[in-house]
Design a protein around this ligand. Structure first.
Ligand code: FES
Ligand SMILES: [Fe+2]
Length: 370
């Protein structure tokens, strides 16, 4: 148990205080977040189109745990702990050279033990003379896996809700946009020097727009943003004014822009014909890995080509501005000067919602002085 002076009480929207600095700089907090948040929540790992053939694999680290996701059958994916039962080596799929001769296996890259795609140990070189060694006693633990709109999610522990239950409101809300039509285009990655929650907080409010993104706030009508809060996600919405877009030299088409923040660390940025997913992964208490994946509904149309070009020019600029301010905020949080400050009721509701969820999961495992 930790005895940090943290505000762990749920904060009311109209009278909320931010999280204490210790939440953003303490390795013990990160260890608890890995154990009690990242291990118990659904994590986006990729798209079904990235592993189309039997034996195709994806790997990811969730909290402290490396995970491997493999296509076992045409219509079946499995997620397994990527930690060999011999001495914790990493595994990789090995497919037979002659197709259909033998099913693929998971081979450990350290001493060559092999497992079937259900995680059962099958062979272990030169172990025959080892007393009491029984391959059937060794298998890789499974993680839970679900697919939503062709996006693959994994949950290490037993999930509290199915993914479909948790996200069920999204597909009807974004109509006529259909996420199932999106095709993967490319990935951008960033490693930045701040706690993962600094980046989340920043994404969750438009309050900083006029100050941090002068270019962006000329294009978007910042007053029109609305935020709605749901159990496990928050939703920011803005109608797109086609005329205004064109005048501003960008082209998003007609319709609406939908921005979802799904607890704990996923953003879905949805525009007509385009989906961008952001996954925010802690890489230490003071470092964060950010993965942006871009998807478009019709990769070959002229309109999509314009969107791709525009996303590239535009996202980079905005992202650099956000990175710069987040890294400076981390210095402020590390300074020893900061005491949790009051939040803006009008502009920071999404942030209060996120921080209350952090409190909900961490309060039972932390002691506090009120
Ligand atoms: S660690 Fe996997 S075979 Fe040794
Ligand atoms: Fe920003």
């Amino acid at each position: 148990m930790h005895n940090l002076n943290l505000h762990l009480k749920q904060q009311p929207l109209d009278h909320a205080y931010a999280l204490d600095a210790a939440f953003y700089r303490d390795n013990a907090i990160l260890a608890l977040e890995n154990q009690h948040i990242f291990n118990s929540q659904w994590q986006l790992v990729g798209h079904t189109s990235q592993i189309q053939n039997i034996g195709d694999q994806l790997t990811i680290q969730i909290g402290d745990l490396p995970v491997i996701i493999v296509r076992k059958q045409k219509d079946e994916l499995v997620a397994l702990h990527n930690v060999c039962r011999h001495r914790a080596g990493p595994l990789s799929v090995e497919t037979s050279r002659v197709e259909s001769e033998k099913p693929p296996v998971l081979r450990c890259q350290y001493h060559g033990w092999s497992y079937d795609l259900d995680g059962q140990l099958k062979t272990a070189p030169e172990m025959q003379s080892t007393k009491d060694f029984n391959p059937f006693e060794h298998h890789l633990p499974k993680a839970n896996l679900e697919i939503w709109q062709n996006l693959i999610f994994v949950c290490i522990q037993k999930p509290q809700k199915t993914l479909n239950e948790m996200l069920k409101g999204i597909a009807p809300q974004i109509k006529p946009i259909n996420l199932k039509t999106m095709q993967f285009h490319h990935r951008d990655e960033y490693l930045i020097n701040c706690n993962w929650k600094v980046y989340m907080d920043n994404y969750l409010e438009g309050y900083h727009l006029p100050h941090v993104h002068p270019g962006l706030s000329r294009l978007l009508d910042y007053r029109q943003y609305t935020t709605k809060l749901y159990d496990d996600y928050s939703y920011q919405f803005s109608p797109l004014d086609n005329q205004q877009n064109n005048n501003a030299g960008i082209y998003y088409g007609e319709g609406s822009a939908h921005y979802y923040t799904i607890f704990p660390n996923l953003m879905l940025n949805i525009l007509p014909g385009r989906l961008q997913t952001n996954v925010i992964l802690p890489a230490g208490a003071n470092q964060t890995r950010i993965i942006f994946d871009y998807y478009y509904s019709d990769l070959h149309s002229d309109n999509t080509q314009k969107l791709i070009e525009q996303d590239q020019n535009f996202s980079d600029e905005v992202q650099q501005e956000d990175i710069e301010i987040c890294e400076k905020v981390q210095l402020g949080l590390n300074s020893g000067s900061y005491i949790a400050g009051p939040l803006c009721e009008k502009r920071e509701q999404g942030l209060v919602h996120f921080q209350n969820l952090i409190r909900k999961y961490l309060a039972p495992v932390l002691t506090y002085k009120s």
